[in-house]
Design a protein around this ligand. Structure first.
Ligand SMILES: Cc1ncc(C[n+]2csc(CCOP(=O)(O)OP(=O)(O)O)c2C)c(N)n1
Length: 199
């Protein structure tokens, strides 16, 4: 069943609790705009066009940065494209990793074509079946406080589907130059010497 929560509100509330140890990997398109609308933070790494890579990149980051909390925020279309990565997440069991899927049951960025979550696919159940123990689905505003507590504090990996409305919203673009975006993130995380530049 379609959701009613508003994606911008959910992401803004979620990221209001972030601190210097919070690293955010945002899925392409709408999720990247949501995360940027909440603050064009240097500790955001927003994918542009790279569909299906949000969870794999977030997992690598979680493994490389055990002292940070890694939040993946992405769409159902992106998640459906890399379901196998959930089995790897479950196997690796990063304690500092949370995946939040903003599920509008469609490919919103490309015009709202229905995804399989509009049909019978249940992403939280798939994540559970992949072996991630802490999974769940959020539909109500009253569940957001618990979502935030779990995403930041529960032992990972944490997986949450948030059922949201399909909305067409203003784009808030993060840096679109890939080399710059990568350097910005590396410098924020590792210091000025981490910038290597180049296209
Ligand atoms: C491999 C690949 N196929 C298709 C696209 C085109 N594309 C860009 S965004 C998008 C929809 C993403 O849907 P979802 O992850 O559910 O995000 P939403 O915009 O609905 O929040 C598609 C199909 C792409 N970038 N890469």
């Amino acid at each position: 069943m379609a959701g009613f929560l508003h994606r911008r509100d959910v992401v803004k509330t979620l990221l209001a609790r972030r601190n210097a140890d919070t690293l955010v990997v945002a899925g392409l398109g709408s999720s990247a705009w949501d995360v940027t609308a909440a603050g064009n933070d240097d500790r955001n790494f927003c994918l542009i066009g790279a569909m299906g890579l949000t969870v794999p990149i977030g997992l690598g980051l979680a493994e490389a940065q055990h002292d940070k909390r890694i939040l993946v925020i992405t769409g159902d279309g992106d998640m459906l494209m890399s379901l196998g990565a959930l089995a790897t997440v479950a196997q690796v069991r990063p304690r500092n990793f949370a995946i939040i899927v903003l599920d509008n049951e469609c490919f919103g960025e490309t015009g709202g074509q229905p995804t399989h979550t509009a049909g019978v696919a249940d992403l939280a159940a798939i994540a559970r079946g992949a072996g991630i123990e802490d999974t769940g689905e959020i539909r109500e505003q009253g569940e957001i406080d618990a979502l935030i507590a779990d995403v930041y504090d529960a032992p990972g990996p944490v997986f949450r589907t948030v059922k949201i409305a399909y909305e067409t919203l203003e784009d808030f673009k993060p840096p679109l130059d890939g080399a710059y975006a990568k350097d910005r993130f590396r410098v924020a995380l590792l210091g000025a010497k981490a910038a290597v530049g180049g296209a």
